[in-house]
Design a protein around this ligand. Sequence first.
Ligand SMILES: [Ca+2]
Length: 194
Amino acid sequence: MVACRCSGIFPGIFLALGVALLAWVTISAEENKEKNKQKKAVNLIANPSFEEVETKPAHWVLAAVAEGGKARLSASDDNPKAGKHCIRIQGEAEWATFVSNRIPLEKGKKYVLTGWVRVKKGNGYIKIDYFDNDKYLDMTMAEPSDSSEWTKQQVETEAEKLEKATHLTATLVGTGEFEVYFDELHLEAQENRK
Ligand SMILES: [Ca+2]
């Protein structure tokens, strides 16, 4: 019989190794969960919190103004929702739209847009615009807001409007004599479970 004189030590070592292994497995599982979550929540919008400022917020442009109206956009450091900047849109028009980068669509996905809006004058809201290459097709819009507090808005793509579309944009809208602020835009693709 080989009796180990260290019999009191070995179980201790194995126990310690076991605990360390369990801790490693648990941490790895948590990390993977976190990574998967981040993977699912990729934000497709360029400069979504307007922190990248050249003379104006990068990647955002004035898209269209109703006939006879005028509108412009600028960066603002007045009470941003997050970070140091938000975007300010101003103008006087029945409506004016400002758009993000163009986002190519993946078949079988739906898209969810969220964003924060704060209104000083007029009305403002976010919407999703659908394009077939360069041709404008349709939109899905949030309820216009006139709240002077930061208000969260959310819109989801509609299946029938996605059918012919190749691209989306996240779009900011001002109406009336407007001065509206937006921050923390987020557009993500989600599995379309029918
Ligand atoms: Ca920001």
